[in-house]
Design a protein around this ligand. Sequence first.
Ligand code: FPP
Length: 254
Amino acid sequence: MKMSSTRDIPVTSGVPRHVAIIMDGNGRWASQRLLPRTAGHAKGVQAVRRAVETCGRLGVDYLTLFAFSSENWRRPADEVSLLMRLFVQALEREVTKLQEQGVRLRVIGDLSAFEPRLQDLISQAQASTVHNDKLNLTVAANYGGRWDILQATRNMLAKDPTLAQNPAAIDEQSLEAHLSMSWAPEPDLFIRTGGEQRVSNFLIWQLAYTELFFTDCYWPDFGEKELKAAFEWYSSRERRFGRTSAQVHTTAGR
Ligand code: FPP
């Protein structure tokens, strides 16, 4: 069910309904061990597996992972090609496990930049998990929040060109319907590992009222203990969405 967190106060429990993660620190994890940066990404895949399994078990409905930003193409060519290989391998090897765990996979971003084989694997993995409903796993690849808002605007106008003559008719909901994650509630909890305190062009529209959690832990070291600590912090937050504290206590859940 689509519900905007900015308009409605979701019923909160210790477990957020939608968790969005920037998986940062793979390179530094590897450098600390005198390993190539790519070893950190390989280890990062194991942490992805752990996060999917743990979120499914704890009752999270939506898990969204930032795997590759529009800006990551600027990295050294060998690192970019290793990351592409890891995506291909993960799609080839992990789909059976996603099926067993009832995970539906979606990939968002400008996928046209990826090689056709990777695009095919993405389509196949999405199609074969389409009926799963335990956990909605979304991987953002060649994704940028500004790109998302632009493509939504273009698609909205392409679908209804009369809006260009009547811009006052455009409201948040009409634009939101064209965003890549229009089918999901906005993230309740954003986690960034690796010590930086930035949103880095991830889901910038949808993070407007999301609780932001930053940890120094590098992504390859992020496991169940760290995820539970983030959930614990989240459950202590008072989400007001512009209201006063007193209002929240009388309207929570409405
Ligand atoms: C950021 O660490 C991480 C990435 C840019 C890539 C994330 C990719 C994975 C975890 C592996 C593949 C994912 C899937 C979904 C199969 P960084 O390299 O910026 O680390 P640094 O800041 O320490 O240099």
